[in-house]
Design a protein around this ligand. Structure first.
Ligand code: COA
Length: 323
């Protein structure tokens, strides 16, 4: 698509995003974005109203990412012109999704049961919500952000014999079991799947993380038993996700898991408080995490811990089901 057409839309989206959410990045997509399909919606004035780039991603068998998404993924990066008060944003996104659907219809891999079509849309860009719903997309996951300095509730002083300690290479079994516990719980909410080889995959991931010089992993222990786990990535390992926000440096909280019989007694709060101490000491500007929109435990918990929606992932499976 001609660069000048995309530039019009990006300029308009930049102004709107700055207004609605200071944590959003520059809307200019990375140069490598897209499979080459040109998706553009013309505006009445002959300029563009929306532009999109479709990215095809095949996740290999045995990759840890397969727990969190389908094997064949089709992502639309959508940029739409319009200011927040204008009604034109929804119809332009609607048309863009229609042309994306036509593009996907020509891709045989969109028929596979293990495929998804997905759009990351700024959570506060509410003018696009109805268009996404109309195409059958469901808001299943939120990428939430906590800007530095937000208060964390103090852990209950009456936590008994609970101890929070940094994890070590001796914690591979507990790390693996508690990670599988989150996957098992989260698969109730649509986008997560416990794969047949999950145990082997998560054990390998545990070994890799715990072998890092700074694992940024903490265990909550009661009576010598691991009852909770928190795994985070410091800025040096979170570059993969840093482009989603305007702030730097970025850390990522990958896993928080508490054993079922210990939930609701302050273990999660105590683990997060420990991480936040570390984040503040490291000068991290924003911490990101994903959580299931439909998980009734995680959304209120993360909000209390100072996190709020930044991006919402809308998806549909199989990808060919996009309306
Ligand atoms: C989400 C999760 C990590 C939270 O951990 P947790 O240890 O249960 O969290 P806390 O106990 O610190 O806080 C949760 C609740 O317990 C309450 N609580 C906190 N300290 C308490 C205490 N000492 N005594 C009693 N209740 C307490 C909190 O007020 C909160 O209650 P509310 O949500 O009804 O208002 C945990 O529930 C979990 O592992 N869930 C399953 C997996 C999952 O959802 N993971 C998703 C993470 S994205």
């Amino acid at each position: 698509m001609p660069a000048v057409v995309a530039e019009d839309v990006i300029r308009s989206a930049t102004a709107r995003w700055e207004l609605i959410d200071p944590l959003l990045p520059d809307p200019k997509p990375p140069a490598s974005e897209g499979c080459g399909a040109e998706l553009a919606v013309p505006a009445a004035n002959g300029r563009a109203a929306a532009v999109g780039w479709c990215r095809h991603r095949k996740v290999r068998q045995g990759a840890a990412d397969l727990a969190w998404g389908a094997a064949a993924q089709f992502w639309l990066t959508a940029r739409v012109a319009g200011d927040p008060a204008e009604p034109g944003l929804g119809p332009a996104l609607d048309e863009l999704l229609t042309s994306w659907r036509a593009h996907l219809a020509a891709q045989p891999a969109t028929d596979g049961a293990d495929s998804q079509a997905a759009v990351s849309w700024p959570s506060r860009d509410t003018g696009g919500v109805l268009a996404l719903l109309r195409h059958g997309l469901q808001p299943l996951t939120v990428l939430a952000a906590r800007p530095a300095g937000r208060a964390t509730p103090a852990p209950d002083t009456a936590l008994g014999n609970l101890r929070i300690r940094p994890a070590s290479t001796g914690d591979v079994a507990a790390f693996t079991a508690l990670t599988l516990e989150v996957i098992r719980f989260d698969q109730q909410f649509g986008s997560v799947q416990l794969r047949p080889d999950a145990e082997r995959v998560e054990r390998r991931a545990a070994e890799r993380t715990l072998a890092e010089a700074e694992p940024w992993t903490w265990v909550a222990e009661r009576g010598g038993q691991a009852v909770g786990l928190l795994v985070a990535e410091p800025p040096s390992r979170a570059a993969w996700i840093s482009a989603v926000t305007s702030r730097r440096p970025v850390a990522y909280l990958g896993t928080l898991s508490v054993r079922p019989e210990e939930r609701g007694s302050g273990v999660g709060t105590a683990l997060v408080a420990e991480l936040h101490r570390q984040l503040d000491a490291a000068g991290v500007a924003v911490t990101l995490l994903h959580h299931g929109v439909l998980n009734p435990l995680s959304a209120p918990f993360w909000n209390r811990m100072g996190y709020r929606p930044l991006w919402t992932n809308w998806e549909i499976r199989p990808a060919s089901a996009l309306r």
